[in-house]
Design a protein around this ligand. Structure first.
Ligand code: FEO
Length: 162
């Protein structure tokens, strides 16, 4: 059985994962409004992945006999001004999520909650991948000069994400 404090922290993480999905849905819509279907596809899949993360946490809470406590999801900022800006914001956001996961691991260690510590390892690894994939996109855009052609090439590439 996990502590009430840990259950609360995991519930807060669920809120953050769903917020992430909400943020990426907004970015997908922005890309779609610019006729960038591939980039929109990438963000839609990213949003779906975030809901998967929330489900994983919800399942774990349930296995540990703790209740899911849903709170309001904040409205993300939708003032996007460029495609490059979407990915910069995504990386910044993912870094915040990584810090949040690390805080959960720190709490698990402090409470000698071995089960949660092991459970969280999947998220620690996942965050490395999350940050790396966005960094890769940012680098490619920089190489291409962040201009129209670079964006169109990226759009084509990101359309392939399934
Ligand atoms: Fe669920 Fe993108 O972190």
């Amino acid at each position: 059985m996990i502590s009430e404090k840990m259950a609360k922290a995991l519930n807060e993480q669920i809120n953050k994962e769903i917020y992430s999905a909400y943020l990426y849905v907004g970015m997908a819509a922005y890309a779609a409004s610019m006729a960038l279907g591939g980039i929109s596809n990438w963000f839609q899949l990213q949003a779906r992945e975030e809901l998967g993360h929330a489900s994983k946490l919800m399942h774990y809470l349930n296995e540990q006999g703790k209740d899911l406590v849903l709170k309001a999801i904040a409205a993300p900022d939708q003032k996007f001004t460029s495609v490059a800006g979407l990915f910069d914001k995504t990386l910044e956001h993912e870094k915040e999520v990584t810090a949040s996961i690390h805080n959960l691991v720190t709490l698990a260690k402090k409470e000698a909650d071995y089960a949660t510590e092991i459970f969280l390892q999947w998220f620690v690894t996942e965050q490395i991948e999350e940050e790396a994939s966005v960094s890769d996109i940012i680098q490619k855009l920089e190489i291409g000069g962040k201009g129209g052609n670079a964006i169109l090439v990226l759009d084509k590439a990101l359309a392939l994400r399934k």
